[in-house]
Design a protein around this ligand. Structure first.
Ligand SMILES: Cc1ncc(COP(=O)(O)O)c(C=O)c1O
Length: 282
């Protein structure tokens, strides 16, 4: 990941491809910022290579995005609408609204699954084909996912994603008023999450802030480094899923405000001595 970039595209991956490349992977909804790799640019590059006789397929890691972008950005082409895409994974247990941990792997067509990876058995009375990493397992995840598909349908999932986006926007507006925070904004399709960093001028950093939010106010919020070459700043990430209601958004923003005020007035040379907070939280 080059400095200053948070996704990859043909400029980064193109030079790495040669006749030994069995495929490339692009992420749709990255763990770091919720953005998408330049899938359209990558597809264009792979189609050009195909024209020159080098056929390299693309897998899409849509662990989070697979259950978001079809609803929030239906015209965004990241899936089998792109000719190079042969397989897609998506996690039912993220925005698919199923408890952990079910994930899905979709192939464009049967040709993508080599026959010698399929195991056939008939000891349950009829011939079954199976392609799994383990054998016996609970079907409860599958039933829960199926229930959601039937119960919510396309419109239901779209409405759920809209609610997340509305709450995410409300959180961005409120936290944007905190001068200690810099909110990461993107005009490209992005997951319903909020990324921010603590401005360099502050006397505390992102670790102090999430530590304060966790210790006294019960919010478990990750603050982490970006990939190598971009590690000069820690970012804070908040996913706004369905259970992050507007009330919880407001409670979190209140706690951010109080925590920032508290940290600004605290001598951080001895972090253990932070005064115990008695206000809102939890
Ligand atoms: C981009 C991405 N790919 C893959 C995974 C792993 O998916 P799963 O948790 O379904 O195994 C994650 C997160 O867990 C992710 O964010």
């Amino acid at each position: 990941m080059p400095k200053g970039k948070t996704t990859v595209g043909p400029e980064e991956l193109g030079p790495l491809i040669d006749e030994n490349t069995i495929g490339i992977v692009a992420v749709v909804g990255t763990t770091f910022t919720g953005e998408c790799d330049d899938v359209e640019g990558l597809d264009k590059m792979l189609q050009e290579l195909k024209g020159k006789g080098l056929e390299v397929p693309m897998h899409i890691d849509a662990a989070s995005g697979g259950f978001v972008f079809p609803f929030s950005h239906p015209d965004f082409e990241w899936d089998f609408r792109l000719d190079s895409v042969v397989s897609i994974n998506t996690s039912g247990h993220k925005f698919g609204l199923v408890y952990p941990g079910i994930g899905w792997l979709l192939f464009r067509d049967e040709a993508q699954l080599p026959e010698d990876l399929v195991f056939y058995e008939d000891y349950l009375g009829e011939k079954d084909a199976t392609f799994t990493l383990n054998f016996s397992g609970s079907a409860s995840f599958v039933l829960a996912q199926y229930y959601n598909f039937v119960r919510l349908g396309y419109n239901g999932y779209a409405s759920v994603v809209r609610a997340m986006e509305t709450n995410c926007k409300a959180m961005a507006e409120r936290l944007g008023q905190e001068e200690a925070l810099e909110i990461f904004e993107s005009d490209r399709p992005v997951l319903p999450l909020l990324i921010c960093k603590v401005r360099d001028e502050e006397s505390f950093d992102a670790s102090h802030l999430v530590g304060e939010l966790a210790r006294r106010r019960g919010w478990l919020i990750p603050a982490y480094d970006m990939p190598p070459d971009n590690q000069d700043q820690k970012i804070i990430r908040m996913l706004v899923k369905l259970n992050q209601t507007r009330e919880l958004v407001d409670a979190l923003c209140d706690d951010y405000h109080d925590s920032i005020e508290l940290l600004r007035s605290t001598d951080l040379s001895n972090v253990k001595d932070l005064p115990v907070h008695s206000g809102s939280g939890y």
